[in-house]
Design a protein. Structure first.
Length: 240
């Protein structure tokens, strides 16, 4: 039986930064800084493996309830990382895209996000999508509200109409969702889009997640048979 081709879209729930710092008796922000370094190496590995879209769950709508100093540190890290990486991403032909309730972010960060996307989307061949101030349930609610504002007949909605109004409009659904740090839940991430995604969970904390870990996740995915709700006897391993 042939293997599946590499996934076109991989989404990652980057969990374990705080635990990584706590185990080393470090401030939580040091775990987040270490996690930023992991983003760079995983993004590079994804690009080398032919993954066209990589979506990273960076900050959820629930994360605002964290201590204020931690939230401020995270926002500063986002800003610093965008500033540092945008030219290199543009050089490599990777669009930096952002998904979430961006209008709730600071005006300065909104401007930086918009400029980074404009800088990188010209002639882009791949996409690094950052889910920031993102919540899957809120995304669906926002999509319905937008459809209503546009005058859509809500009694006639279909799946394609809703998908076209999600934060991730224009992106394929993820083929593979990876979660680090041993947790086995979606945590309000891509609830609509992950309906038929394959899942891969690892005990490895996000700051320790290496290229070998990413490769193992891809290998696990490629060994599977994707059924999309069909009975096993109706499915052939065609790499859909």
């Amino acid at each position: 039986m042939s293997q599946l081709p590499p996934p076109e879209h991989v989404a990652i729930i980057m969990d374990g930064n705080s635990r990584w710092a706590r185990e080393r008796l470090l401030p939580r922000v040091m775990g987040h800084k270490a996690g930023i370094e992991t983003i760079r190496r995983v993004a590079e590995a994804a690009d080398r493996r032919g993954v066209r879209v990589l979506t990273l769950y960076a900050f959820s709508t629930e994360n605002w309830s964290r201590p204020r100093d931690e939230v401020d540190a995270l926002m500063n890290l986002f800003s610093e990382t965008i500033r540092r990486e945008v030219d290199e991403l543009a050089r490599r032909g990777i669009e930096l895209r952002f998904s979430g309730r961006l209008h709730d972010l600071s005006t300065a960060l909104q401007d930086q996000i918009r400029q980074a996307n404009e800088r990188t989307r010209v002639s882009a061949r791949a996409i690094l999508n950052i889910a920031i101030n993102y919540g899957g349930r809120q995304e669906i609610v926002d999509a319905i509200r937008e459809l209503a504002r546009d005058g859509a007949d809500l009694t006639q909605l279909d799946e394609a109409s809703v998908a076209d109004h999600l934060y991730t409009r224009g992106l394929p659904d993820p083929d593979l969702v990876i979660r680090t740090a041993g947790e086995m839940r979606l945590s309000n991430f891509l609830l609509w889009q992950a309906a038929y995604s394959e899942f891969y969970c690892t005990q490895t904390l996000w700051p320790d997640f290496a290229q070998a870990d990413f490769d193992e996740a891809l290998a696990s995915y490629q060994r599977r048979i994707r059924r999309f709700g069909a009975r096993p006897e109706e499915v052939s391993n065609r790499g859909r």
